[in-house]
Each structure stands twice: as structure tokens, then as C-alpha cells.
Design a protein around this ligand. Structure first.
Ligand code: DSN
Length: 428
């Protein structure tokens, strides 16, 4: 099978071949990485457009290079669409990634060494929330909150953001900024609870909505914009745009945020990516996107139930977003996240290993696996197919020593993928 996008490059056989192979991989295996999606052909076209040629350091109307008459309109369109989508005062669409967006916010609002209260990486936070491995922890003083302890009571399983801990730490350390948001947390994050704590201690609030931006745009998760000084996100996860980042903020922070992104953090903006962001923001404003967001969450709930029936323990006991975080130990005490990811790769099911709260194993090995429904919901899978995927995952992992079983699962995955082509859903 060749990809419909092969026409973009014809002379470079090596790269064309690799693109075709990746096209085959993406469309013949299941994509369950919670931070991935299938961008629309319109998003892909803008990403691969002639705008990649243009230098545009600065902002619309204030560029350091000539020839930006059209680019200014592109970036203004993206900013207008984004502020309208989330009801924000101001948007910056230039961050090349979510990490860049987060660091730019810290630079804009804080002095080096200021205190930030954020979620610890091994409890579900992001590297840029102050992980010792990230430069953020060297430039600013991070204090970390986590989740409540796990309980065996199915009605109160724990592993939820510990707001008592957040409040106690905020009172004790008086952070200048509180960061809400996570990268491996399957529950709804209430912006109001964070705002109340921020107000009590006089802190600013940044909501990192990288994972759930599409769920917010689609109206199935609360919009943090009215409660936050700043909202950051990536454009390529549930929002289904090109790879990149963006920042929304209150008018009072706009000038400092813009200066922190450029020239503080980055040089020339990627205007082809910004055009693709504009395309994605329009797509996310359509009624069909609200249906899509609701289906992502319904699929994740069904997937979680089916995985639990197969013997996996769901961290926090369930899911309210696009993601399920699995504790593999209840399924098989010997099975690590690393092994599970590798076995599932062989079975054509793409996932990522992930630490779980209080994981006894290292971040490289882990006891957890993170799966998400955003991409395969785009491809058209519904609740019954996700239940089937749960059974396939369980079989591949249970019978992982038997190559024939893993191959049989791979064949069934292939059949499923042949029925659900992600790119058919955009044109049908
Ligand atoms: N850590 C990435 C993820 O959630 O997959 C985002 O940076």
C-alpha cells in the first residue's frame, strides 16, 4: 500500500520509502499512545506547505524580516481562532512544543529561583513540572505534590490528586506559581479547586492542558481559561493538530508571555506549523469535534472496564479522560512495563510504558503501561472494538512466550486496522 501523501516527495527514494513504511505502520497497527493522534489531511497539507520557507522573527505587524504580509495574516488567523475556541484574552501560537510553552511561561512570570508548586513526574506530572532531569528544576525551585495513597476499596480507590497536600504545601512554601495538569493521570482535573488554593496563598495559576486540550475544546472537560492566569498545551494530542505548543493568557500577562517566547526562548516561528494549528483550531470548533471528544471519553471508559475484566488494575480505579493507566502487577507480577510495551509492539499494538504512583521499578522499566483512545477514535473504533483490543492485549501478554499466539493477535490487529482507516474518517 502506498500513502496518499507520497506525491509530496518523489525524487528522494530513501525518505519516500521510509515515509511509506511509516504510513503502513501507522495504518496497519493500533496507535494507543495517549499523546498521539491522526492529524487531518488539511493539517498535514499545511504542515508540508510553502510557509516552511519563510523567516518571521517577531509577531504580526512587528517582524524583523520583510515579506511577511501573508504570514502575518496566517498567524493572526491562528491567534483569533484559538482565543475564540477557548474564550481567552490572548494567544501565543509560536511555541515549538509544550515544553517550550511551559518554560516560556516560567520565564515570563517568574525570576530564577522562584518557587513553583507542581505535580511530581512519577505521580503523573511532566518533565517540565520540575523533574530533576529537566532544566526547569535547576532554574526554579520546585515543590511537588502527588496523589492520595492507593486503597483496595473499589468505591474509594485513591490515587487522585491530593488537594489537602496541594493546599498544605502551598501554605507552607507560598509558591509564586501553581501548576495544574498532568501527563499520566486519567481523572478530570478541576481548575476551580486549584484556583481557590492559588488565591488563598496569592499565587498565579498555570494550567498545563497538553493532554486534555481537545477534550476541553470539545466541551467534555471544564475549560480552565476563566480560572487560570495562563493555560499551556500541545496541539497534537487530543486536539488533533500538528506537533507544537501554544499559550493562552490573561491580557495582563500577554506582553511578558510574548517576549518570553520570542526572543526569550525561540528564534523564527514555524509558520507552516502555525498555519496547521489554525486549521486544527477551526476543526476543533466544529460540532463534529464535540462528538469526537465525547466518543474519546466513552471509548476510554469502555476500554478501561474491559482491561479491568482482563485482570489489569486501573490506577485510580478508572478514567474520566482519554487515558487509562495500567498497573501490570495484578495481571502478572513478573511483567514489567518495558516487556509489555515490547510484546505489544510485536503484536502490532503501540503503547508506552509508564511509571505508576509509588512504582518500585525505575522509569526505564516501570510497572505500568499508559494507553489512550484519541488516535483510534479518530480511526473510527467504538466501545465494542476497544473491548476487543483489551482482549487482544491480554492474550498477547499472557501468551507472550508463544510466538504463534502473538502472531495470531497481530493478524487480528491487522484485520481491525484494515476495517478502520484513520484517513477515511476525514473524507467519508
Ligand atoms: N510526555 C509526553 C507524553 O505525554 O507522551 C508529553 O510530553
Amino acid at each position: 500500500m502506498t500513502s496518499p501523501f507520497d506525491a509530496w516527495i518523489t525524487e528522494d527514494v530513501e525518505v519516500t520509502t521510509l515515509l511509506a513504511e511509516e504510513w503502513r505502520r501507522q495504518t496497519s497497527t493500533l496507535q494507543l499512545i495517549a499523546s498521539e493522534n491522526f492529524a487531518s489531511p488539511a493539517v498535514l497539507a499545511a504542515t508540508g506547505s510553502i510557509l516552511t520557507n519563510k523567516y518571521a522573527e517577531g509577531y504580526p505587524g512587528r517582524r524583523y524580516y520583510g515579506g511577511n504580509q501573508i504570514v502575518d495574516q496566517v498567524e493572526d488567523l491562528a491567534r483569533r481562532r484559538l482565543t475564540a475556541l477557548f474564550g481567552a484574552d490572548h494567544a501565543n501560537v509560536q511555541p515549538h512544543s509544550g515544553a517550550n510553552a511551559n518554560v516560556a511561561v516560567y520565564q515570563a512570570l517568574l525570576e530564577p529561583g522562584d518557587t513553583i508548586l507542581a505535580m511530581r513526574l512519577d505521580q503523573g506530572g511532566h518533565l517540565t513540572h520540575g523533574s530533576p532531569a529537566s532544566m526547569t528544576s535547576k532554574a526554579w525551585h520546585f515543590v511537588s505534590y502527588g496523589v492520595t495513597p492507593r486503597h483496595d476499596d473499589p468505591d474509594a480507590p485513591g490515587e487522585l490528586i491530593d488537594f489537602d497536600n496541594v493546599r498544605d504545601l502551598a501554605r507552607e512554601h507560598r509558591p509564586k506559581l501553581i501548576v495544574a495538569g498532568a501527563t499520566a493521570y486519567s481523572r478530570l482535573i478541576d481548575p476551580v479547586a486549584f484556583r481557590e488554593i492559588a488565591d488563598e496563598v496569592g499565587a498565579m495559576l498555570m494550567f498545563d492542558s497538553a493532554h486534555v486540550a481537545g477534550l476541553i475544546a470539545g466541551g467534555v472537560h471544564p475549560n480552565p481559561v476563566p480560572y487560570s492566569d495562563v493555560v499551556t498545551f500541545t496541539t497534537h494530542k487530543t486536539l488533533r493538530g500538528p506537533r507544537g505548543g501554544a499559550i493562552l493568557c490573561r491580557e495582563e500577562h500577554a506582553k511578558r508571555i510574548d517576549s518570553a517566547v520570542f526572543p526569550g526562548q525561540q528564534g523564527g516561528p514555524l509558520e507552516h506549523a502555525i498555519a496547521a494549528k489554525a486549521v486544527a483550531f477551526r476543526e476543533a470548533s466544529l460540532p463534529s469535534f464535540a462528538d469526537y471528544a465525547a466518543q474519546i471519553v466513552a471509548n476510554a471508559a469502555a476500554f478501561g472496564r474491559a482491561l479491568a475484566e482482563q485482570g489489569f488494575r486501573l490506577v485510580s480505579g478508572g478514567t474520566e479522560n482519554h487515558m487509562v493507566l495500567l498497573d501490570l502487577r495484578s495481571f502478572d507480577a513478573e511483567l514489567t512495563g518495558k516487556q509489555a510495551q515490547e510484546v505489544l509492539d510485536r503484536a502490532g499494538i503501540t503503547t508506552n510504558r509508564n511509571t505508576i504512583p509509588d512504582d518500585p521499578r525505575s522509569a526505564f522499566v516501570t510497572s505500568g503501561l499508559r494507553v489512550g483512545t484519541a488516535a483510534e477514535t479518530t480511526a473510527g473504533l467504538r466501545e465494542s472494538e476497544f473491548a476487543q483490543v483489551a482482549a487482544l492485549m491480554a492474550r498477547a501478554l499472557r501468551e507472550r512466550a508463544d510466538e504463534g499466539s502473538v502472531a495470531a493477535v497481530r493478524a487480528q490487529v491487522g484485520e481491525l486496522c484494515a476495517r478502520f482507516n484513520p484517513y477515511a474518517s476525514f473524507t467519508g
